[in-house]
Design a protein around this ligand. Structure first.
Ligand SMILES: Cc1cc2nc3c(=O)[nH]c(=O)nc-3n(C[C@H](O)[C@H](O)[C@H](O)COP(=O)(O)OP(=O)(O)OC[C@H]3O[C@@H](n4cnc5c(N)ncnc54)[C@H](O)[C@@H]3O)c2cc1C
Ligand code: SF4
Length: 505
């Protein structure tokens, strides 16, 4: 009896459930580079190169370790370009009794596998890289009309005994975010993450991507990502040694020409399997226990992985496919062209878009409070925003991208994921960055042609959606301020917004 194990491009770990079931002497492992996965949205060139290169390194490792593998390259003449048709083709060419696959991370791919027209059994195994199974999340979310990450996170901390002192959170508090709002403008000499020179496996991948996907967004060179587990572990260990201690303090800070700040830059590797969430959390906790790391950094970092990452995955699987259609504010505007060209006078947007094109990376606050905030305040259609985020970031997979975009930045689910919209005027961006210092607009001005557009768009957004947001307790203060504004002031806000928005069409 031989099984064909389909290994997807984001399952690159020998501990993945499908490989744990592999019988080395009989089973065949199939990995394929298919054009459909590169073009259903036109992914950033660096992302395609990362995944193909990591796949090619991983198959070499499997071969060295005695696994039987079939690797279909993008330009192999027989390659049919689709996962499902490749599965059928390879099954027919070999003597296969069943197909085994760890559950794909994206709904779209799962549906493709479920509708496979093949007369042998297809077994789909749980993806147990995560802390919470679908069943556990569903059980937790049951009967709740609105979910809160903080409650889920506390449950995960207690259950998995992460940063816990018996039944109490380490240090006495669950959350140290109040210490994590540091003014960043004096920061210098921030250590860069480890970078790698392309090797003999990566180089042909870069040529392939350059030739085949030249019209995709993003700079391919320089390509310095880790492409093996060993390298990804180096990135993680280096982060723990050189940057984790300041992660908490500066996690919301943004500085021009400093793409990484004190962030870990491991999402690429976590999402494709080169790193496992549990090993990351164990390492962070052990660095904290050794006394090298302050609690606000250790807790803040662990919350991102044990809290947010698990929470958004739970929401995704619980609510697909409906979640992808949410549009609470009925936002219809098209994404402005400058999201591709970066040609805009708003320096914060210009910087974040440029950086995303260059690195296929932006850190959380850039994605949330600059780019996301702008798309929320200007009413861009969720489909357009989701597509942009899926294309632009090398860590973008729908299970994590969609809830962050539709739920967190656009509030398109009406407050199911987040308790209030993450909206802000220019003062927040000015407080957390140095972007405003070299901007065409004046962050201090509230109205008129030179005023920072975030200032009036923020109030215009709240005014426009008063019916939908006015009863939200977390917005009580801002709505009270809005209510005290004179009719003339509101008229000016509306006029400035109308003028600005008309330039986006
Ligand atoms: C609009 C928007 C879109 C996003 N799209 C993606 C995406 O497609 N893929 C992705 O992995 N992350 C996404 N995120 C979450 C987050 O911005 C990135 O995980 C993070 O910036 C990656 O950089 P890092 O590894 O340096 O993270 P760090 O800041 O060092 O955080 C450590 C890890 O925590 C996890 N994490 C942190 N925040 C989140 C979050 N909100 N949701 C899930 N995991 C989180 C990531 O795995 C990350 O590697 C998005 C956030 C926003 C606001
Ligand atoms: S002034 Fe406004 S638009 Fe310019 S960088 Fe600051 S926040 Fe962005």
């Amino acid at each position: 009896m031989a099984s064909l194990i389909l290994l997807l491009g984001d399952q690159l770990n020998t501990k993945i459930s499908s490989l744990r079931c592999c019988n080395k002497s009989t089973d065949l492992i199939l990995m394929c580079e298919v054009v459909q996965e590169c073009t259903y949205v036109k992914h950033h060139k660096k992302k395609i190169a990362l995944i193909f290169s990591a796949m090619r390194h991983f198959v070499a490792e499997l071969n060295e370790n005695g696994f039987k593998t079939i690797y279909v390259k993008l330009n192999d003449p027989e390659n049919t370009g689709k996962l499902s048709s490749e599965l059928i083709r390879i099954t027919r060419l070999n003597n296969i009794d069943s197909i085994l696959v760890t559950e794909p991370s994206e709904y779209r791919v799962l549906q493709e596998l479920k509708s496979l027209k093949i007369n042998i059994q297809v077994n789909i195994l749980d993806d147990d890289r995560f802390y919470a199974s679908h069943e556990e999340f569903t059980h937790w979310a049951k009967d709740k009309t609105r979910l809160r990450m903080e409650n889920f996170y506390r449950l995960m901390r207690s259950k998995h005994k992460v940063l816990m002192n018996e039944t109490k959170p380490e240090g006495g508090k669950w959350n140290y975010d109040k210490q994590n709002r540091n003014f960043p403008k004096h920061l210098k000499n921030i250590p860069d993450p480890v970078q790698f020179i392309p090797d003999e496996i990566t180089k042909p991948v870069l040529t392939l991507v350059e030739n085949q996907f030249h019209d995709h967004f993003g700079d391919l060179y320089p390509f310095t990502f880790a492409t093996t587990r060993k390298q990804a572990l180096k990135v993680l260990n280096d982060f723990i040694k050189h940057r984790l201690a300041h992660f908490g303090e500066y996690q919301d800070a943004m500085l021009q020409n400093q793409p990484y700040m004190y962030h870990s830059v491991i999402s690429f590797y976590l999402n494709i399997g080169l790193l496992l969430p549990k090993e990351v959390i164990n390492k962070i906790e052990s660095a904290y226990t050794k006394g090298n790391i302050p609690i606000n950094s250790a807790e803040g970092f662990i919350r991102q992985i044990l809290g947010w990452r698990e929470y958004v995955r739970g929401i995704y699987w619980l609510n697909m496919p409906d979640y992808a259609k949410k549009n609470y504010f009925k936002a219809q505007r098209k994404l402005p062209g400058f999201f591709w060209s970066s040609e805009t006078k708003l320096n914060c947007l210009h910087q974040c878009i440029n950086q995303s094109r260059e690195y296929a990376y932006a850190h959380h606050i850039q994605r949330l409070m600059v780019l996301g905030n702008f798309t929320l305040l200007t009413g861009i259609n969720p489909d357009e925003v989701n597509e942009w985020y899926m294309i632009v970031y090398a860590d973008a997979f729908e299970w994590v991208e969609l809830p962050n975009v539709s739920g967190m930045i656009l509030y398109a689910d009406g407050g199911y994921l987040a308790s209030k919209p993450y909206s802000a005027g220019g003062a927040y961006i000015n407080k957390m960055s140095n972007y405003c210092e070299s901007c065409h607009y004046d962050v201090k001005q509230k109205s008129g042609p030179d005023a920072c557009p975030f200032n009036y768009l923020y109030w215009n957004f709240l005014h426009t959606h008063r019916k939908k947001l006015g009863n939200n307790q977390r917005l009580a203060m801002v709505y009270s301020t809005l209510s005290k504004m004179s009719a003339d002031k509101i008229k000016q806000i509306r006029l400035d917004s109308k003028n600005y928005l008309s330039t986006l069409n």
